[in-house]
Design a protein around this ligand. Structure first.
Ligand code: FAD
Length: 469
């Protein structure tokens, strides 16, 4: 039987493993954290209640993960809920739930509001994005929408997603992808957007997927970090060296929904070596470049040229709701966070003991001073600003708070990005790469990781079958 190793038990790795097992392979998954789900994993926010480390929802166009949820028998848990979106600017919150709300967006004059509406509609009608990627979003939006709409609407949105250092590099095809997914989640231009959320949590979806993987004979090794991948010349097999590690995920939270307890022994006993016919790597590109042995210089340069942002999240469990919005873009740069995502305005508070759960989010580059701040520093920095959003907010509302940091959370997609995307096939025989840098022009998301996991598994099977017959 063909033996395959999958590195990473996030959406892409689990999806690849699932597909390989369905096709009769023997599969071992290595995951350095003590839990599965990667960026979409959960922690225990309230007793026995899981919550994503970073807010998560689905769009109607996310068909690969919707199918998977159905396949796992969890479709009754997936709820589609009208989203409530707003923008906070000039001391006020403006509703942005339907296209008609745009007409009331007073920071723009009426002509600019209409122009913004037509521009968004025009972008949603473009079917071929290729011509858009040679222009930065900044230049394209200024040229086609004008400086004022850019300053008031687009720049805060771009800075919110890509931070001050990188937003000007992002190409226009990325904005096109974003607008298209949002339009696809509406039933008509004037209709409300619907967002999906599995009430059992994304973590439970991945735990269920692991159960299915194990039932088919798959092995899932948690808290096991791959430290070296060696391509063996003689028989084109691949050697994996891994080490049992304490959790490397940046999280002060005490409890994770981890199915196994790990005993840590001496360093030598913690190191394992194993050999496989092929390997699928789903780690960020810079991790792959560190662990692959004998890397050619040009391939290393390509892997390391991929820049990512980290996500920093402060999660508050409140007695009272902060706002009526699920998603509030903060377009006021005096406020030190860029998004307020009130999860319980998507999933009902009754699922969380009637508490209200709010994420305050930032995306930052590795040199951003925010990364040096700890949980308490962030509370001190952020909380005074919440009164701007709800004048009644008081610190007494906070019952619990959590800090989460997710590295490699957002790849930066610069101009002509499609020509820089690395192939799933690497320079090493039988070693494949499937990570978020290869998702384009759509924004990265669980759906697309499930999709590339399946795609790379199919490619591997086709190639292996060619060598066998
Ligand atoms: C704040 C935030 C909000 C998001 N919101 C949404 C949303 O609303 N909807 C949506 O669909 N998506 C959302 N996403 C994106 C989505 O979570 C990711 O795109 C997706 O989960 C990525 O899956 P992946 O398997 O490709 O990568 P990852 O989840 O990063 O998985 C890679 C895995 O590899 C492991 N690993 C790394 N190095 C090693 C090693 N050396 N050895 C062993 N294991 C290793 C990691 O621990 C990790 O588990 C969000 C992400 C963030 C950060």
């Amino acid at each position: 039987m063909v033996r395959i190793a999958v590195i990473g038990a996030g959406a892409a790795g689990l999806s690849a493993a699932h597909h390989l097992l369905q096709n009769g392979c023997e599969v071992k998954i290595y995951e350095r954290s003590s839990f599965v789900g990667g960026q979409a994993s959960t922690f225990e926010v309230l007793k026995d209640i899981p919550l994503e480390r970073g807010y998560h929802h689905l769009f109607i166009s996310d068909t690969d993960i919707i199918e998977l949820i159905d396949h796992l028998g969890l479709s009754s848990q997936l709820k589609w809920i009208p989203s409530k979106v707003g923008t906070f600017t000039r001391g006020k919150t403006f509703k942005f739930t339907t296209a008609l709300d745009l007409l009331k967006f007073s920071p723009l004059n009426l002509i600019d509001r209409l122009r913004l509406g037509f521009l968004s509609l025009y972008l949603s009608k473009i079917s071929d994005w290729h011509n858009l990627e040679s222009s930065t979003a900044v230049n394209w939006l200024k040229n086609f929408g004008g400086q004022n709409i850019y300053d008031v609407f687009w720049e805060p949105m771009l800075q919110g997603k890509f931070g001050k250092n990188y937003f000007s590099q992002v190409n226009m095809a990325w904005i096109w992808g974003k607008i298209n997914t949002r339009f696809a989640s509406r039933k008509g231009f004037l209709a409300k957007e619907l967002l999906g959320y599995p009430l059992c949590s994304f973590g439970t979806v991945f735990d269920e997927l692991v159960r299915s993987i194990k039932k088919k004979g798959g092995i899932v090794e948690l808290s096991r970090e791959v430290t070296k991948i060696i391509s063996l010349d003689q028989d084109q097999k691949v050697k994996i060296i891994s080490e049992l590690k304490a959790d490397t995920w940046q999280s002060p939270t005490k409890h994770d929904f981890s199915p196994e307890t790990i005993e840590f022994e001496s360093k030598e006993k913690n190191i394992h070596t194993d050999e496989f016919d092929a390997v699928i790597v789903t780690t960020p590109s810079y991790v792959f470049s560190n662990i692959i042995d004998n890397i050619p210089q040009d391939y290393q340069t390509s892997l390391l040229s991929q820049n990512y942002l980290s996500a920093i999240l402060l999660i508050l469990v409140l007695k009272s709701p902060l706002s009526e919005y699920y998603w509030l873009n903060i377009a006021d740069r005096k406020i030190p966070f860029v998004g307020v995502i009130e999860h319980t305005n998507l999933a009902d508070p009754s699922n969380y003991n009637d508490k209200h759960i709010v994420y305050l989010s930032n995306y930052v580059s590795k040199d951003d001073p925010l990364l040096k701040k700890n949980h308490k520093d962030l509370l001190d920095l952020y909380l005074p600003h919440l009164k701007k959003i709800n004048k009644d907010f008081s610190k007494d509302w906070i019952e619990e708070s959590f800090y989460q940091r997710v590295d490699a959370a957002q790849p930066i997609v610069g101009i002509n990005y499609s020509s820089q995307i690395l192939s799933h096939e690497t320079p090493f025989p039988n070693i494949y790469l499937a990570n978020t840098t290869q998702i384009y022009p759509e924004d990265r998301g669980t759906n697309y990781s499930i999709k590339i996991g399946k795609k790379v598994a199919k490619l591997l099977l086709t190639n292996i079958n060619k060598t066998l017959y």
